[in-house]
Design a protein around this ligand. Structure first.
Ligand SMILES: [Zn+2]
Length: 612
């Protein structure tokens, strides 16, 4: 085989592998929060401004469609659009991400190699640090004193960085070691930071001696480490988050490690940075009901972090339903899940201790009680205001607190619950209930609530209706109905003329491959392959998949009726359009007798055709 052909073949294989590795939910979730509702996932469209979700993802088919702006396609279309990149740029990016060689696009490239190299060095370093820990009694004792045993040391690959980094320098380039921060760790406990797959992407390093500053050092950001996208402990916690359907967010490395050593495994921490929407999107992927516990420190900084964190979470879930505001036992869990976008609860130790200290002092059972009785965010925030109110006496300060409570109350959508809270707050803050009610209602008008908006686009004129009918018709190829297999649909549709270029192209491909792919799913996959680099056609194809949804429940007779009605409509439309054209040209050249006669002949033919 000649070299060019070989290169092309390996590129095709690479593209194929990238496509197989792509998961639409994962891809889209990196950019917006999705919520499952019915068969599909919904979220706020990243391509147009909206407050209620009309962006839908079909995990089974690996496609998305926005009912607001009409965007649609597969994972690759999504990435091209969201990153504003070409097909090849997107492929290059993905090849680098998945560490797949893409020779034709020149991806054996430095950046991919550099990433690989960092991961390799980090892996080696983690092993080296672990070996050093086992050899260093002082460091091992330090961990044992903090209640961390060998199982946990193993699970988190904890280590110790000696004063000398010679062992690393002997093996790797000093400049790179310097760049990724490994030369700055001296006489420190090493806490490796892993990504979701377990790769070592960075390190945290805690000073052994109190005289040693700073207390913590972290690896700098690198091509493999982005603080605002990484959560400490996720690799160890992800299974438990899924299983318990909840996640506890803490502040420090040792909070997380301590929680794990006390048998609480659904715990992660941000890495010395404030919580970001990206963090929330990551944990949202693992917990379906999105129950998020904020377990920050109880000091003032911790309270601020809690409030800020809550805002970030709300913003990440905005438009997807309400934040859970009350503990209802009467509604069953599926109803609850569908109505609420997420549930935020706050764990406070009240003793001013951080989770690590609390766990070591009071044990796992006591902390589990704190989890079980953790108030919903709204209760936590209102309680805080009530407690503050009891500590102050100046009327101005009290008025200020009253103002703080109004936006909280306005967020409660259920009016019965809201009124209960207003009564409670008015009583505790000694404010007039009616005036608080009025203030809250004024504020309510500013808050918009999500409404279901899943209707298709309304067509504006006859021509749009005509194209829509063509789409409806072609969508039937994807019915996945044994009685209406693609070949059978093809028998009906074979002779139908299509006016839309993309539909024509799709139909042309269908005709070419239908003998080989007489199965809706396989046909769709093959079409996606054929149209891989044609974004517009892919958008139309996605649209067809969504259009077929509401036809899946129709029985054989109704489907047949639907087919024949549509075919008749299309034919009638085409005939009347041709008549219009003929009439126009008849009037344009009615001086010419022969051409007039010809026209009349054609009109007659058309009329008889229409009677069919
Ligand atoms: Zn949109």
């Amino acid at each position: 085989m000649d070299r060019a052909l070989l290169k092309k073949q390996s590129t095709d294989n690479a593209v194929e592998e990238i496509k197989n590795r792509l998961d639409i939910i994962e891809t889209v979730s990196e950019h917006i929060v999705l919520k499952k509702s019915g068969r599909n996932y919904w979220g706020l469209c990243p391509f147009h401004k909206e407050k209620t979700p009309s962006f839908s993802v079909n995990a089974e088919k690996g496609i998305y469609k926005c009912f607001g702006c009409g965007e649609g396609g597969d994972s690759i279309s999504f990435l091209m659009k969201v990153n504003n990149t070409s097909f090849w740029e997107t492929m290059v990016m993905l090849a680098q991400k998945f560490n797949i060689e893409l020779p034709e696009a020149g991806v054996t490239s430095e950046s991919s190699e550099y990433k690989k190299q960092i991961l390799e060095i980090n892996k080696y370093a983690a092993e080296f640090y672990k070996k050093m820990l086992l050899e260093n009694k002082e460091a091992k004792n330090y961990l044992l004193k903090r209640g961390i045993n060998e199982t946990i040391i193993e699970e988190f690959s904890l280590g110790f960085a000696p004063v000398s980094a010679d062992e690393l320098i002997k093996k790797y380039d000093k400049d790179i070691l310097q760049k990724i921060g490994l030369l700055s760790f001296k006489n420190r406990i090493i806490i490796p930071i892993q990504d979701e797959k377990g790769n070592f992407i960075a390190f945290g390093a805690r000073a052994m001696a109190d005289s040693q500053g700073p207390k913590y050092l972290n690896s700098p950001e690198s091509p493999v480490f982005n603080k605002s996208r990484s959560l400490f402990g996720l690799y160890q916690a992800k299974d438990s988050i899924k299983e318990l359907d909840s996640v506890i967010l803490m502040e420090g490395y040792f909070d997380v490690i301590s929680a794990h050593s006390h048998g609480l495994a659904n715990v992660v921490a941000t890495l010395g940075t404030a919580l970001t929407e990206q963090h929330i999107r990551i944990v949202a992927r693992y917990s379906e009901s999105r129950r998020i516990y904020l377990a920050f420190d109880s000091d003032e900084a911790g309270v601020n972090a809690t409030n800020r964190g809550a805002e970030i979470i709300k913003s990440a879930f905005s438009g997807l339903g309400e934040i859970r505001h009350f503990d209802e036992n009467f509604a069953d869990s599926t109803v609850k899940q569908d109505r609420t976008a997420c549930e935020i609860r706050v764990i406070t130790t009240n003793t001013g201790k951080d989770p690590d200290e609390f766990l070591r002092e009071h044990g796992a059972e006591a902390y589990k009680e704190l989890i079980n009785s953790a108030p919903l965010l709204i209760d936590y925030q209102i309680n805080r205001i009530i407690n503050l109110n009891e500590k102050i006496s100046s009327p101005q300060d009290k008025a200020k607190l009253g103002k703080e409570v109004i936006p909280l109350l306005s967020e409660i959508r259920n009016s019965i619950i809201r009124n209960e809270y207003i009564k409670l707050v008015a009583g505790r803050l000694s404010i007039d209930e009616e005036s608080l009610n009025i203030e809250v209602r004024k504020n309510l008008q500013k808050v918009t609530y999500p409404q279901a908006n899943k209707n298709g686009l309304l067509f504006k004129n006859q021509e749009e209706k005509y194209v829509l009918a063509q789409k409806n018709l072609l969508s039937l190829y994807f019915l996945n109905n044994e009685k209406f297999a693609p070949l059978c649909i093809n028998n009906y549709i074979k002779e139908v003329e299509l006016s839309d270029t993309h539909l024509n192209l799709i139909k042309k491909h269908i005709d070419e491959i239908i003998d080989e792919f007489n199965d809706s799913d396989k046909l769709f996959k093959e079409l996606l392959n054929k149209l891989a680099e044609n974004e517009e056609a892919k958008k139309v194809l996605t649209d067809l998949i969504y259009r077929v949804e509401d036809k899946k429940d129709l029985n054989f007779e109704l489907l047949e009726q639907y087919l024949t009605d549509h075919i008749l409509y299309l034919k009638t439309y085409q005939v009347s359009e041709r008549q219009k054209q003929l009439r126009a040209s008849y009037y344009a050249d009615n001086n010419d007798d022969t051409s007039s006669e010809l026209h009349q002949q054609k009109v007659k033919e058309l009329i008889s055709e229409r009677r069919l």
